[in-house]
Design a binder for this molecule. Structure first.
Ligand code: BG6
Length: 517
């Protein structure tokens, strides 16, 4: 699907990674995720000439649309998400888009879908290869899997025509439902065909963590309990619940963010070097970290957990309503929109090093960062120091919005007596490479098309993450931890500060947020 001229100024994400022929089917093809993330990402891949000529995208959902109506719907969505000039090549992209109305409970509809896909094999040369994308609630996943199997739409894992399935989060709502979901999927697909998506793993800086840790020799000697004092992982959002009240009321920050994105980040910081860089070796190491996390003491939850819900406040100078005033939210809702959690990893590398995780909506700024605070130097260096001890070195991995890495260290202020003062060495992806990082979904869709599961979660990984969070969720049903209101535009509830103060520490504002002030 040549798209020359789409983005002449933009460097290609990569060369030589164009997938072979395939038809992608999005179940839930008219939904928010498809319109906001999936289709814009596919369109950008098209613009980068990273989609094959023999490509078809088939949207399927309950609504009745013709192909042309569906194309118009997607065009409208993409206009809001990509730069204007790239739309020149929309018409060429649109030739690869199709729509099939489907009632997921009706076997006849799947036969219709199968026919249509076979027609596209002939028309577009998609070669019988199928990427099914389940952008649907977990409750219909089993039905779709069964229907695909009954209609003979799933190829055997070793057959020349491949079938893969991408499953969106939420992957269940606790350990038991995640296990059930895995069992349902594995009734009809082989594990090697299942791609469980966590879009944080597709973010450039997150992937760079592996390169940063394992392609540089200087970090490994200090990446352990001897030199690291503690780790803070912050994923802060400015947005509120938006139009997702129905989902979010059932989820909350622990399920929505901690179980998935934040634990994924933690595993990448804490994992051992893998034996090799294939998908299974990396995922084995991540699972080992999850298994080493000490169970959170549910009878003393408040020692490890702080929860909050945003009240009215100010974001970017605008007054915004509190969570309970948002559309579709119960006025007495007890859903947490903020969670902070302290975890311990009981292994040789990390024993006694706390990992503090926090995430929330309607916080002071959109800013995600992993901060590694090293131990303090053991005694003063010069007579003329301003304070008793030098401040500890800080390594910050900025995930978003600006992607980069910075290191804080002590320097002597020039002068004959001069005290010492912390300074920062900054690396910015944009400045260093001058090209835009691909959006997480671009990377992940491309990997799924290419059959590379490294950045997707394996069944045991998802279950291990739920095994950490589920006891907390169960204990919360007995109201062990108060949900404190925090003003929108702040850094969360006071109890989150107390969590660290009790350990003699404090949260550090992400550098991006501090610099934006
Ligand atoms: C999603 C959560 O997985 O991640 C959302 O369901 C959250 O609630 C989003 O807003 C955050 O993603 P990003 O890429 O904007 O940090």
């Amino acid at each position: 699907m040549s798209a020359r001229g789409c983005h002449p100024h933009r460097a290609r994400m990569e060369t030589g990674r164009v997938p072979g022929p395939l038809a992608m089917v999005i179940f839930g093809g008219t939904g928010d995720l498809s319109r906001r993330k999936l289709v814009p990402a596919l369109f950008r891949l098209h613009c980068e000439s990273l989609l094959p000529e023999e490509f078809a995208l088939v949207g399927t959902a309950m609504e009745k649309y013709s192909d042309d109506e569906y194309r118009a719907l997607l065009r409208e969505a993409v206009v809001g998400e990509v730069e204007g000039d790239s739309l020149e090549s929309w018409d060429r992209f649109a030739e690869h888009l199709f729509y099939v109305h489907a009632d997921f409970g009706d076997p006849a509809e799947f036969l219709k879908l199968k026919d249509r896909l076979q027609g596209l094999d002939a028309e577009k040369g998609t070669g019988g290869n199928r990427l099914y994308y389940l952008a649907v609630p977990p409750s219909v996943i089993d039905t779709i899997g069964q229907q695909l199997a009954r209609a003979g739409m799933i190829a055997e894992p070793d057959s020349p025509e491949w079938t893969r399935v991408v499953v969106e989060k939420p992957f269940g709502r606790d350990l038991e439902s995640a296990r059930r979901l895995n069992a349902d999927l594995l009734k009809v697909f082989a594990e090697s065909q299942v791609y469980r998506i966590d879009h944080y793993l597709g973010k450039e800086t997150v992937q760079n963590l592996l390169v940063f840790r394992f392609a540089n020799v200087i970090w490994e000697p200090v990446w352990n309990r001897r030199y690291v004092n503690h780790v803070q992982i912050t994923v802060a959002e400015e947005v509120g619940v938006g139009t997702r009240a129905g989902y979010y009321e059932q989820a909350g920050a622990l399920r929505d963010m901690i179980q998935s994105h934040l634990l994924q980040l933690l595993t990448l910081v804490a994992m051992e070097p893998p034996a090799s860089y294939d998908a299974d070796s990396i995922r084995n190491e991540k699972v080992k970290v999850l298994h080493s996390i000490r169970p959170v003491p549910v009878e003393r939850l408040d020692e490890a957990l702080a929860l909050g819900q945003y009240g009215e406040g100010e974001i970017d100078g605008q007054t915004v309503p509190g969570y309970r005033e948002e559309q579709g939210i119960a006025p007495e809702s007890r859903t947490e929109t903020f969670a902070a959690l302290r975890l311990w990893i009981d292994n040789w590398r990390w024993a006694d090093v706390p990992f503090y995780l926090r995430t929330g909506k309607r916080l002071a700024s959109k800013s995600s960062e992993i901060l590694i605070q090293f131990q303090q130097a053991p005694h003063p260096i010069l007579d003329a120091v301003e304070h008793d001890l030098p401040s500890p070195n800080l390594l910050r991995l900025h995930i978003q919005p600006e992607e980069g890495i910075s290191l804080r260290f002590e320097a002597k202020v020039p002068g004959l007596a001069g005290p010492i003062h912390p300074v920062t060495m900054d690396f910015s992806y944009l400045n260093a490479f001058g090209i835009r990082s691909p959006a997480a979904y671009e990377r992940l869709l491309l990997d799924a098309m290419l059959g590379d599961p490294t950045l997707f979660a394996r069944a045991d990984e998802v279950e291990a993450a739920w095994a950490i969070v589920t006891p907390i969720l169960e204990a919360l049903q007995n109201d062990h931890v108060p949900i404190e209101t925090y003003p929108a535009g702040s850094w969360g509830p006071a109890s989150a500060e107390t969590l660290l103060e009790r350990d003699g520490r404090r949260w550090l504002e992400p550098q991006n947020a501090a610099e934006a002030k």
